[in-house]
Design a protein around this ligand. Structure first.
Ligand code: PHE
Length: 438
């Protein structure tokens, strides 16, 4: 049963904004554009959107459903539904993924923090003396500087989570998310009036299927997982703060819609500018940290533009980091009976420590990211789909949707996706990871 001290959202809007805040993050503004850039543009975008609708939304619904009906953290949720089986181990996998992802997520968010304050204080010149690429290279190879930034991001995250579901997470999301959209709209004004707008639009919306590889298709799928915060129980946790009378279906569509919209808008800000100044769209992970600042540099008010852009990245990252920490904190609070403040600061500190190697050991961050994004999230997603589609009986699942049940056709479509489509698609990602398909 719900323990009153667990906290809950004030209503639909609180939940939708917090969950959208979790979903919208570095995945949208950093990875989505660079992966679109390296995977041929519009064809990647198209596959991504299909993956979100056919696999992402059904899985998101499954997670929120599991959370809402148990009012527990991921480990406790599976224990309530299928205690005495192996399923609670799936919750453990989620808590471990929260630890691991946040450990390096804090480092990358720290890069955005460094860019933001430097551009705010000294304009882009602060970054460009000696070249943007060199600045980024130095930043990412200087351990101590990254650790300080990472510590600042983690402290902000822990401070928000420590304040609780409503006064911390929901409040922060209600402030940061609108701010983020506002910043994006201003930047969009610049990019859509730039010279490269035609090329940018074509790149994002006119598919050239010959450039889409199998690898690209699976990358789009993995991207959808990461971007919607799926496969590790973040949405189980956020769902657990929903009252039984709250709806699930339309909020899930809204959350996924906002997340996808934001990723595409980020692409719409970045690519027209990249083309306007003859830069390389397929630059990879340095796209927003090196290529984009080079474009800003050639525009009037470059320092202001860059500050806005990196503040946007930072806000998006913080609302996602909150949800990663919350998975761990909800577990500690529910299962170990530790107070929220102690749990938040304690877990935050541990995760910070775990993240230090990502900041100081070259190549470490990529490896941990590979472990989490290529293995933990897909395996978690596969098992959550199997749980929702096969282990939960039809009537059990139907009843869990409660007031939301709507049409049978909708319910059957959801069930079909989680029983067959999602497991098959994720199995392909895993097959590719072990090298059985190219
Ligand atoms: N969805 C977040 C992003 O796009 C990352 C994330 C993954 C957050 C998993 C929580 C859980 O950046």
């Amino acid at each position: 049963m719900a323990t009153p001290s667990r906290g809950s959202w004030t209503g639909h809007l609180g939940f939708v904004l917090a969950a959208a805040g979790s979903a919208i993050g570095l995945g949208n503004i950093w990875m989505f554009p660079y992966r679109t850039g390296t995977n041929g543009g519009a064809a990647f975008v198209l596959v991504y959107v299909i993956a979100v609708v056919a696999i992402g939304i059904p899985l998101l619904l499954s997670e929120v459903l599991i959370g809402r009906s148990t009012k527990r953290n991921p480990v406790g949720a599976f224990r309530v539904l299928r205690g005495g089986s192996m399923w609670p181990a799936l919750g453990w996998l989620g808590v471990a993924a929260g630890f691991i992802i946040l450990s390096y997520y804090g480092v990358v968010a720290g890069w955005a923090l460094e860019y933001t304050w430097r551009c705010a204080l000294g304009g882009l010149g602060a970054i460009d003396s000696g070249g943007v690429a060199e600045f980024f290279g130095r930043l990412t190879s200087e351990g101590p500087r990254q650790v300080v930034n990472q510590a600042a991001v983690m402290a902000a995250t822990a401070a928000i989570v420590a304040r609780g579901v409503e006064a911390g997470i929901e409040r922060a999301s209600k402030i940061l998310l609108p701010l983020l959209f506002a910043l994006l709209l201003v930047l969009l004004g610049y990019s859509l009036t730039s010279e490269g707008v035609g090329q940018g639009l074509e790149f994002l919306f006119k598919p050239r299927f010959d450039e889409l590889t199998w690898r690209g298709v699976l990358a789009a799928l993995g991207q959808a997982f990461f971007s919607l915060s799926l496969g590790m129980g973040a949405m189980i946790t956020y769902g657990s703060y929903l009252g039984d009378e709250e709806r699930l279906v339309w909020p899930a569509f809204l959350i996924a819609g906002m997340d996808t919209l934001l990723a595409i808008l980020a692409g719409l800000v970045i690519f027209p500018l990249v083309f306007s100044y003859g830069l390389e769209p397929g630059a990879g992970p340095g796209l927003i940290f090196i290529t984009l600042p080079k474009a800003f540099l050639q525009m009037p008010g470059s320092g202001f533009l860059a500050t806005m852009f990196f503040a946007l990245v930072l806000f998006a990252a913080v609302t996602s980091a909150i949800s990663l920490l919350e998975v761990v904190v909800s577990f500690v609070v529910d299962e170990l009976g530790v107070g929220r403040a102690v749990a938040s600061w304690g877990a935050g500190l541990l995760i910070f420590g775990l993240g230090v190697p990502s900041a100081v050991v070259p190549g470490f961050l990529d490896r941990v990211d590979g472990l989490a994004s290529n293995w933990m999230l897909p395996v978690g997603g596969l098992l959550i789909a199997i749980f929702a589609g096969w282990t939960l009986k039809r009537d059990e699942a139907r009843a869990a949707f409660r007031g939301d049940s709507g049409s049978d056709a909708g319910f059957d479509a959801w069930r079909l996706c989680v029983r067959y489509l999602a497991p098959t698609a994720v199995a392909f990602i895993l097959l590719q990871n072990i090298g059985l398909i190219d």
